[in-house]
Design a protein around this ligand. Structure first.
Ligand SMILES: [Zn+2]
Length: 287
């Protein structure tokens, strides 16, 4: 557990899986990325979905940022992504903290890719998916919502209708346009790049700021400017957004919580004026 002022933060690994290493590191040659992220026989690297639970006692809010991969569609899906069925999903992980699903007030969707919202939907009594958190508002950038409902041929495999439909019909969506303060101490920045309307949550309190850079900086290796995923639809926008975000992180001493890095949960960042370097934190507990 970490904290920012009175806000309590619980980064929790809710999924373990694997993705193609080449796709994760874009133009970076394999001998470089393999030093820190060794590939398996199929060229995949280990990944986690580390979601963030944030309790805001002063505001009476309980937020969950991203929902993880979910259990996978079927055996073929679980095999392709090496989904580890032993890792407790978001509901069991919350239960271990003594939190029930109906206490969650805010579910923040950084974007709608299936490894980020899989846990935000659970099977309902009719077999159709229903939102995992019945009382929560689900916050998503409008730009991302519209894109995900009509994606390009290139990225349509990243969105799953069976995960998006229950959110569409729930009446629980809150559409955000651009940078926005959800409530005091909790802001989102619309950074795009990876996908239109990718949003980065920022939690600020008296003792500092924690950012959750989601797929803009999925692992600590991605703080380097040209280490940009091949998945990104607009890599030059990612580059610009990353430099802007990391420059603020250096100037303001932010901690960054990394969603997909299996080894490094959180970092601070320094710069020599050009390139950025990640410094793993003496980490908050990783459950
Ligand atoms: Zn993504």
């Amino acid at each position: 557990m970490a904290s920012v002022g009175t806000v309590r933060l619980f980064p929790i690994i809710v999924s373990r899986f694997a993705l193609d290493g080449g796709a994760m590191f874009g133009i970076i040659p394999r001998p470089l990325w393999e030093q820190t992220h060794p590939a398996d026989q199929q060229g995949r690297i280990s990944m986690v979905a580390r979601v963030l639970v944030a309790q805001f006692p002063e505001q009476g809010r309980l937020a969950v940022i991203d929902g993880g991969m979910g259990p996978g569609r079927d055996e073929r899906d679980r095999g392709r992504y090496a989904i580890d069925g032993q890792t407790p999903g978001i509901v069991r992980a919350l239960a271990r903290l003594g939190i029930s699903a109906d206490e969650v007030t805010d579910a923040v969707i950084t974007h709608l890719h299936f490894d980020h919202i899989g846990g935000f939907v659970v099977p309902g009594s009719s077999g159709e998916g229903v939102p995992t958190f019945p009382r929560a508002r689900y916050h998503v950038q409008r730009e991302q919502w519209e894109w995900a409902n009509d994606p390009s041929i290139r990225d349509r495999g990243s969105f799953r209708e069976e995960q998006i439909r229950p959110l569409r019909t729930s009446g629980q969506l809150n559409f955000i346009d651009g940078d926005h303060t959800l409530f005091p101490g909790f802001q989102v920045l619309n950074v795009g790049g990876h996908t239109p309307g990718l949003q980065v949550p920022l939690i600020s309190g008296k003792t500092g700021t924690v950012a959750y850079p989601t797929d803009l900086i999925p692992t600590s290796a991605h703080v380097r400017r040209s280490w940009i995923m091949a998945y990104d639809l607009f890599p030059l926008d990612s580059l610009e957004a990353k430099v802007r975000l990391l420059s603020r992180a250096v100037d303001e001493g932010w901690m960054l919580l990394l969603e997909h890095d299996p080894q490094v949960a959180s970092i601070t960042v320094s710069t020599d004026g050009e390139e950025f370097t990640a410094h793993p934190c003496v980490c908050p507990a990783v459950l």
